[in-house]
Structures are given as structure tokens and as C-alpha cells.
Write a protein that binds this ligand. Structure first.
Ligand code: NAD
Length: 352
């Protein structure tokens, strides 16, 4: 079987993941080469058995290469992707694909012109917590969802290295925001009609580092996204409110539950005012336990390398590309609108 030969441009942290996981799990692709601007990174690539090219031009001149994965800081993605496509390579680009929608449109024009595959490594579409949420929604386990909270919280005060610089496309919205927005838009494949960004810069003035976002979709469902690096009391990774129940995924280990009304489910208690610590209240009194039921989260299979298996299936069998440039373009348009919302200090109507 002919193997697809792949080279990496940028051989830093994430490139190591691509290299190892393709080698272990995707037999149809062979990672053969790399280029990095840092000699230390090039030496690491050599030590791991890769051919290191003296320049991007030299890498692109190697006709034996079929695919290039771009894993540099974000500000280099646009030009590198265009150069790779023009050199006749298929291209996988790390997220965020570009710094804005306009840059991605430039790449997409060249991809159309050359007929080469272009895709973005939105690997978090294969996160277990996300797949659980997606399945629960598709299977109607909480009825119709109307408010979804998705958050990642830490307390280590990032942004690290180039992620702290605007010129490099740093900042939390472009770093983690692009993942969580992509996931939200996968859950609700419909128009985004309004966005509201609250971007905070706690560790410097150059880029956003702690952010809260609100997206409203055409059907009326709203999604709140949060990415924090200054949070010392963590909230659940996911909290979903649906017409038929509530669902929580606590953390990356995917502990959690669904709580919904019992099947026969009517209110079977005296609808009286109850005296609670909240004072006398009917509305906020606890619901008697016998009227609800608890269910486990659905089981799913999750593996990031399915992304590359799909790339192989597209190249070999004409399968449908799972992460399409058009989807990435909608995500980048939402990000552009979120930056505009932050600038304006208000929520904005959009049609994306
Ligand atoms: P990194 O700093 O660890 O690695 C980047 C590498 O690119 C460095 O070795 C640097 O020397 C090299 N580089 C810089 N400019 C270059 C150029 N012009 N040509 C060639 N090499 C160049 O950063 P990272 O964490 O590996 O991030 C790289 C990309 O991967 C970013 O776009 C980032 O957003 C993305 N990323 C994605 C995920 C994910 O889960 N999908 C996770 C981490 C990073």
C-alpha cells in the first residue's frame, strides 16, 4: 500500500503530537520530514528520524511529499498554507486557521484554484465530553436544549510565549475560543444571529486572556462559553438546560449525569408555599425526589486521530471531509464579530 508522505512545518509542542499519533495510529500516512525556524526543534525532529529541510522552499520542492501539516504560531498560517497549496501539497492547518475570516478566504481561493485538500485541525470535535453532549442532544435526552454552558477553567495565569503577543495571533479567543465556538456551531448547525463578547486582559494589555462569550442561534438556543486562567473555584465543563431535563459533564474525565422528570412526570405534590432557607417560596423550593430520575451520560468512542483517518479516507476513497474550510470560515466570521462586539462594548446582531 502506498503511504501518504507528510511533513510538518513548525516542530514545536503540537507538531510532536501530530508526529507521534500519526505514527502510532494512522498506518496510511508516514511522517517523513520537518522544517522549523529553531535549530533546537530541527534537532529534535532529526533525533526522531525525520528529514529536516533547510527551508520551507526546500520542503515544498520535495515531490515525494503529499501532505503538509502547518503547526507554527498562528500568524504564519495564511502564507504557509498558500505556499503549500501552490506547491501542489494537500494541507492540514492547525487552529486557529488564520487570524481572521479574510485571511482564510485567501487560502480557500488558492485551494479551489489548485484542487488540493485543505482542512483545519479542529481536533476537539473528537473530545469525549463534546461527543457525549452531541449524542445527548441528538438523542433528545434532555428534550430541546435552550441554554448551553461550555467552559474551560484554569488558574495558571496563561498566556504563554507567543500566545501572549497580538502580532502572533495570541490571546484566548483565538487559542481556545476557536475550539469552543467550533464545538458550539457543530452542536447547532444553524445561523448565529447575535454575539456578545466580554474579553478581559488580566495579565497584560496586548491580548485577551480570560473571556466570556454569548452566542444566540436562529432557533433561539443560546450558548455561553467561558475560558478562564484565573479561576480558583471550578464550574462544570458543560451544563445544559433542556425542555426535558438538565445535564452536567463535570470535567475532562466525563463524570456527570442527566436529571429529568420521571416518565409519568406530573407534579405529584402539594403545590404549597414551602419554608426554606430562601424564605417562604413555591418557585425555588426543592422538588421532591420521587418526581425526577437520574440517568448516566451516554457512552461514546473518542479518538483525536479520527481526524487523520478522515483525511486518508478523503484522499483514497473520496469520502466527505469532516472539517470543511467553509465551516472554519463561519467560525472565523463569528470570531471577527466577537472582537467587534468587544470593541463596541455591546452585543451585536449578526447573520453568520
Ligand atoms: P510551539 O511554540 O510549541 O511550536 C511552534 C513551533 O513553530 C516552534 O518550534 C517555532 O520555532 C516554530 N516556528 C515559528 N515560526 C515558524 C515559521 N515561520 N516556520 C517554521 N516554524 C516556525 O507552539 P504550539 O503549541 O505547537 O502551537 C503551534 C500551532 O498549533 C498553533 O497554531 C496552535 O494554536 C496550535 N495548537 C493546536 C492545538 C490543538 O489542540 N489543536 C494544541 C496546541 C497548539
Amino acid at each position: 500500500m502506498k503511504k501518504h508522505r507528510l511533513a510538518l512545518i513548525g516542530y514545536g509542542g503540537m507538531a510532536g503530537w501530530h508526529h507521534e499519533n500519526i505514527r502510532e495510529k494512522i498506518p496510511a500516512i508516514e511522517v517523513t520530514g520537518a522544517f522549523d525556524v529553531r535549530e533546537e526543534a530541527n534537532q529534535k525532529a532529526r533525533d526522531r528520524g525525520l528529514t529536516v529541510y533547510p527551508s520551507v522552499a526546500a520542503l515544498l520542492a520535495d515531490d515525494s511529499l503529499d501532505i503538509v501539516t502547518i503547526a507554527t504560531p498562528n500568524d504564519f498560517h495564511r502564507q504557509l498554507a498558500i505556499d503549500c497549496l501552490r506547491a501542489g501539497k494537500h494541507v492540514v492547518c492547525e487552529k486557529p486557521v488564520t487570524l481572521n475570516a479574510g485571511e482564510l478566504e485567501d487560502i480557500m481561493a488558492v485551494a479551489r484554484e489548485t484542487g488540493k485538500l485543505f482542512s483545519v485541525h479542529q481536533n476537539r470535535r473528537w473530545d469525549r465530553d463534546f461527543l457525549i453532549v452531541k449524542k445527548a442532544i441528538r438523542d433528545g435526552l434532555i428534550g430541546t436544549p435552550y441554554f448551553v454552558e461550555s467552559r474551560v477553567q484554569g488558574s495558571r495565569g496563561a498566556m504563554h510565549g507567543w500566545r501572549g503577543h497580538k502580532q502572533n495571533g495570541g490571546g484566548m479567543l483565538l487559542d481556545w475560543g476557536v475550539h469552543l465556538i467550533d464545538q458550539a456551531m457543530q452542536l447547532f448547525p444553524e445561523k448565529v444571529v447575535s454575539v456578545n463578547a466580554h474579553l478581559f486582559s488580566l495579565y497584560g494589555s496586548e491580548v485577551d486572556d480570560n473571556i466570556k462569550l454569548l452566542l444566540r442561534f436562529e432557533s433561539g438556543v443560546s450558548v455561553q462559553l467561558e475560558m478562564a486562567t484565573n479561576c480558583f473555584i471550578l464550574q462544570p465543563r458543560w451544563h445544559l438546560s433542556g425542555t426535558g431535563g438538565t445535564m452536567v459533564v463535570e470535567d475532562w474525565s466525563c463524570k456527570g449525569k442527566i436529571v429529568k422528570l420521571k416518565a409519568e412526570g406530573e407534579m405529584t405534590w402539594e403545590d404549597d408555599i414551602v419554608y426554606t432557607e430562601a424564605g417562604p417560596t413555591r418557585t425555588m423550593a426543592p422538588r421532591p425526589r420521587h418526581t425526577t430520575q437520574e440517568e448516566p451520560l451516554p457512552a461514546v468512542k473518542a479518538d483525536w486521530t479520527e481526524y487523520y483517518q478522515n483525511i486518508v479516507n478523503v484522499l483514497e476513497h473520496g469520502a466527505e471531509l469532516l472539517v470543511k474550510p467553509e465551516e472554519a470560515l463561519r467560525v472565523m466570521k463569528v470570531i471577527d464579530a466577537l472582537f467587534a462586539s468587544q470593541e463596541a462594548g455591546v452585543g451585536l446582531k449578526v447573520d453568520i
